[in-house]
Design a protein around this ligand. Sequence first.
Ligand code: BES
Ligand code: MN
Ligand code: ZN
Length: 506
Amino acid sequence: MKTVLVSKQGNAKTDILFVGVFKDEKKPGAIKKTEPLFARILEAAAKKGRFSGKSQEVFASFQTSYRRASEVIAIGLGDKKDLKAVTLRKIAGKIIEIASVRKASKIRVMADTFLGGALEARDVAAIFTELAGLAAYRFFRYKTKKKDELPKFPETMELVFDDQKALKELKPVVSRAEMIAKSVAYARDLNNEPGNVMNSSRLIEESRSLAKEKGLKCTVLGLPELKKLGMNGLLAVNQGSVTPPALIILEHGEEHKAKGTVCLVGKGVTFDTGGISIKPSKGMEEMKFDKSGAIAVIATLGLLADLKLPLHVVGLAPCVENNVANDPQRPGDIIRMYNGKTVEVVNTDAEGRLILADALSYCEKFKPVAIIDAATLTGLCHYTFGDKACAILGTDQKLIDVIREAGEKTGERCWQLPLWDDYADAIKGNHSDINNTGDGYAGTITATMFLKEFVPAKVPWIHLDIAGTAYTAKNRYDCPKGATGFGVRLFAELLSNWNRENYLSV
Ligand code: BES
Ligand code: MN
Ligand code: ZN
């Protein structure tokens, strides 16, 4: 779907014209001018209690004034002062859905009528453009009869802004939103691929070709290098797999090193059977999404290159498969990690933290000013937040607050859990320094406490548990059932405005 910015409706035809109407908006002025007949019908409908402008309410009519649009649809926006990005995202998604159900090939949105709350024209332009990309995403490469399976989406979406001057400034906003949506789709594509296809070797291939296309630096630590470095967290988890493990490292903007390096780390378990501590079979197919963190990091690096971001960012993706063949690790095994600490693998299903631990320690090499990791780490996080928010924990409150704000803006919400030292007792080892599981309670927190043991000293660090947000079990307004690409938008928003002085406490 192509987004086109226009300043006047003109006489060009469109299939559906969308207008936003706030709750109890007495004079939807914009429609009165452009579609007087529809405005009258809407007023009559409002009097009869058929339309009040509450959020996502829909009123449609084929009675148009100038025959520019075959149909006009009013969509409720709720209270004007309360309109937020997260709500407008849903409304934009609903508009795309309506257009798709009606098989419209052209739609026109009176963008100014959607301005409310603290939202500016650039927010409205960005949200509509982004949602057009996100909502129309489908993964159909394994469908033999493609034509019948694919819903129809409009070819063009015109966004009408009255202010011609502003239009110029909105152009880069639209192209940025298009780049973001493309990167999210790329992340979804890689992540929706099953474990028999998207294994560590394929992720290496994908990263290399992305790096080539976007001009990123790509380094891959394979089996011999990992052995040499003593990255036994990665090696131990991968013992049950016939595919070799890898630590993929993508780098963007090295020339901006002086401004401080940010490391992004993502869990890349290409399939998580649980290992010898095997998972129940019900729902196990979802564990192909256990590579979500790694893919979010890889896709983000590609996007940062597209955005030409003046910042040195290093993405690290430890990739393994947690399987049960070969010579898998046993519960009770004790391994020595890359940073020298010893871990008893009480449960082989707590594998994510083992591979992240070594990758986090390895970040030291880049002397980062901050480290942020994303991982589908605990089932408990999924239970706690559903697919509505990821858990955020870490050692720098300022950075946590900034990331949470970026989450509200992008719709990738984060909610904080505490990281009190009190939780450390739960992972104390008996014969080892640390156990890889806690006592069964506060699992999302104790998993994070485990990671904390491996973060380079004094480096501000944030952990995002994306177990609930990385994929959706149902079709959603912004994403069909499957991988969501969670993290890409959040990281892009955070890093685009990166400000070392204001973002970090130290
Ligand atoms: N990949 C899972 C976590 C997960 C579960 C992600 C459900 C998405 C949806 C992780 O490796 C895992 O198995 N965690 C265990 C930890 C436990 C053994 C301490 C869990 O949450 O059960
Ligand atoms: Mn697991
Ligand atoms: Zn896992």
